[in-house]
Every structure is written in structure tokens, then in C-alpha cells.
Design a protein around this ligand. Sequence first.
Ligand SMILES: C[S@@+](CC[C@H](N)C(=O)[O-])C[C@H]1O[C@@H](n2cnc3c(N)ncnc32)[C@H](O)[C@@H]1O
Length: 256
Amino acid sequence: MTRDMTGETTAELEWKGRTGPFTIRVNPGVFAPTHTSRTIAEALEIAPGDTVIDVGCGSGVLSFVAARLGAARVIGCDISGEAVEVARGNARLLGLEDRVEFRVGSLLDPVRGERANVIIGDVSGIPDEIAEVSGWFPDGRAGGPTGAELPAAMLESIRENDCLAPGGRLYLPTGTIQNESRILEVARRIFGAANLQSLLSREFPLPDVVARSKAVARMMKEGVLDLHARGSRLLWRLQVWRCEMPPPGARQLPAV
Ligand SMILES: C[S@@+](CC[C@H](N)C(=O)[O-])C[C@H]1O[C@@H](n2cnc3c(N)ncnc32)[C@H](O)[C@@H]1O
């Protein structure tokens, strides 16, 4: 543990996922990489020379994985100014400042006017009430009432800002711990059903404090969550999708 210039306690963390091991720093107010981060990293397909946008970059970990896989340029963005500061520090630590930059702002607004061929779309997607019980989001920014609202807004933001080139790929995590069908409905409308492919699927146990919460029981009853039991544990399933952007003429019209 060290203290930065603002007096925040900074912890060093060893990333053991794809392209690791490497060390990054996180503050208590910044999202620390999880199983989800590791699974997305495993699914990423980066070609040398790719331009990558990492939306919801947090500490910057997936931006660094993309750079280490050969991306020519990576722009990470996050609504949290603290996360962006931490990510910039991590880029310096890893000697990646020449290829990786970070910007503050909501969704794809900070990259308006940029065109990427890869987007990593890992914004918060856990229902607000579950996030509160779990403590997974240190700054309290979760995914909305069903966990689908923020990811769905991110998909719309990709379309509105036109920042994914035709043939470009979005890597999108979804899970049964959120209203997954709502997110996939929006993704199918924007990318076309034939352009969505599930690349990876993993199951994880829910921590007991979350599994036993009233919010989980209610949302399961309402059909928002689709968890299943194994022994005494409740499991959720994470999927990582590749969503390929069709050429402009083949795109779906926005819903009215
Ligand atoms: C699940 S964390 C993922 C962080 C990082 N990708 C990782 O794997 O460690 C989601 C991130 O989305 C950010 N976020 C929340 N709302 C956002 C918004 N409206 N626009 C951009 N980022 C947002 C949070 O600050 C958080 O850093």
C-alpha cells in the first residue's frame, strides 16, 4: 500500500490474466479487475495495428491487454475521473503511454469523432440494488434498476457516435445476473442478429451476501435474473459476445 499525491491509499495488484503477469495500481474508489475482466481478456481478438476503444476502462487493465496483444492505439474512457487518473498512472508504470491514452466522460462521448475497429464495452451492468449489497462498485455507479440500462445506453452511444468502423467488433459481456435478454435485444437491433456470436461462457458462484439478499430473491421471481443452484450455491453465467458492425446500408433503423 502507498499513498498518492491526494492522500488516497493505492494498492498494487498483479494481473495474472491474458498477457500477464503485470502490475497495476488501484485506489479504493476505482473498480479492481475481476473474473469478468479476465474472461473478457481471454475472448479479445486483437490484430496488429488495431485501434481500440475501451469504454468503462476502470484501472485501464483491458486497454493494457489490448496494447500488449498488438493494438496500435488504445483510447480508454470512463465516467470516473479518479479511474482515468489511476489508468493514466498505470500506463506510465507499464511504459505504454505512447499507445494508450485515457479520457473522462460518459459512454462514447469522449471519443466522438474517433473511429475504432475494436470496442471493449465493459461498463457497469449489475442491478443497482445488487451492487449496493455486494460492494462491487466502490463509487456506487452500477448498471441501473435491472443492470441492463447502462449497457443498453452504451450500445446506443456506439451507434449515435458512429465510432465503430464497418466490420469492426464490439466485445460485450452479458450475464444472467442482469436483464441479459434486454441487452441482447438492443445489440441485435443495432448489429443485426446474424452479427452476434457468443465467444465464451463461464459460471461463477454468487457471494453468499448477494445470493441471500432480498433483491436477488425478488428479481429472480420477476424473471429479471436467471440464476441456478448448485448444492448450496447460486451460480450466474457470464458470456462474452463478438458483435460485428455491418456496413451502413445493412444496418437496422433505430426503434421508434
Ligand atoms: C465493471 S467496471 C469495469 C472496469 C474495467 N473494464 C475492468 O475490467 O476492470 C465498469 C466501469 O464502468 C464505469 N462506468 C460507469 N458508468 C459509466 C458511464 N456512463 N460511462 C463510462 N464509464 C462508466 C465505471 O466507473 C467502472 O470503471
